[in-house]
Design a protein around this ligand. Structure first.
Ligand code: 5GP
Length: 205
């Protein structure tokens, strides 16, 4: 009997700083069947970040070379740095039947959807702007100016919501529930006719 799509799905998750992407995605990864793409970037590593784990940290020249060699599935310039998804790794994960999550910003998400219309795009959001601001303040490390910048950035990102397939709200202390909703979206997507071949010629054979 034919079943749901066996090739991994390409899943894009975007969300403003404070949406809790990291926590939600860690719940998804724990359950298995999902891998997160390790992006390449030209930004400097933050304390604790490991090359090849958090990002592939590249010089600008190396990044541009990779673009020229068509080795990026998507890339964008964000806050003065390049960010991109290495194509080879992504294709290998998908071919192995594992779902691949790209945790990328809105421009990259739009590029992926244009190139791979079958990709599932999800925006993860705190339930309200008030909660978002409280989370940004709760970190206690950012100046008022940075908080206001992040809020303005979040507004711009949320303005792109209509270009996404799904929106998932991440309520305080309920990240596991958000991960479960993503799992259920992906489960249903596996049955989408988009991922199934045309069976007109083979069905009655
Ligand atoms: P950060 O510098 O804080 O790690 O990431 C900044 C932004 O870049 C985040 O919104 C993150 O989702 C996005 N980002 C990380 N990797 C990629 C990538 O490979 N492609 C794109 N388009 N955005 C990315």
């Amino acid at each position: 009997m034919p079943e749901a799509n066996k090739k991994g799905l390409l899943i894009v998750v975007s969300g403003p700083a404070g949406s809790g992407k990291g926590t939600v995605l860690s719940h998804l990864l724990k359950a298995g069947g999902y891998r997160c793409s390790v992006s390449a970037t030209t930004r400097a590593p933050r304390p604790g970040e490991v090359n090849g784990v958090n990002y592939h940290f590249l010089t600008r020249e190396a990044f541009i070379e990779r673009i020229a060699r068509d080795e990026m599935l998507e890339y964008t310039e964000y806050c003065g740095n390049y960010y991109g998804t290495p194509k080879k790794e992504a294709e290998e994960v998908l071919a192995s039947g594992c779902n691949l999550i790209l945790e990328i910003e809105v421009k990259g998400a739009a590029n992926v959807k244009r190139k791979y219309p079958e990709a599932v795009t999800i925006m993860l959001l705190p339930p309200t702007g008030e909660v978002l601001e409280a989370r940004l303040r709760g970190r206690g490390t950012e100046s008022e100016e940075v908080i206001q910048e992040r809020m303005a950035q979040a507004r711009n990102e949320i303005a792109q919501l209509r270009h996404y397939d799904y929106v998932v709200y991440n309520y305080d202390n309920r990240a596991e529930e958000a991960a479960d909703i993503i799992r259920r979206i992906v489960f249903a997507e596996g049955y989408s006719t988009v991922h199934h071949p045309d069976i007109t010629d083979t069905y009655f054979a």
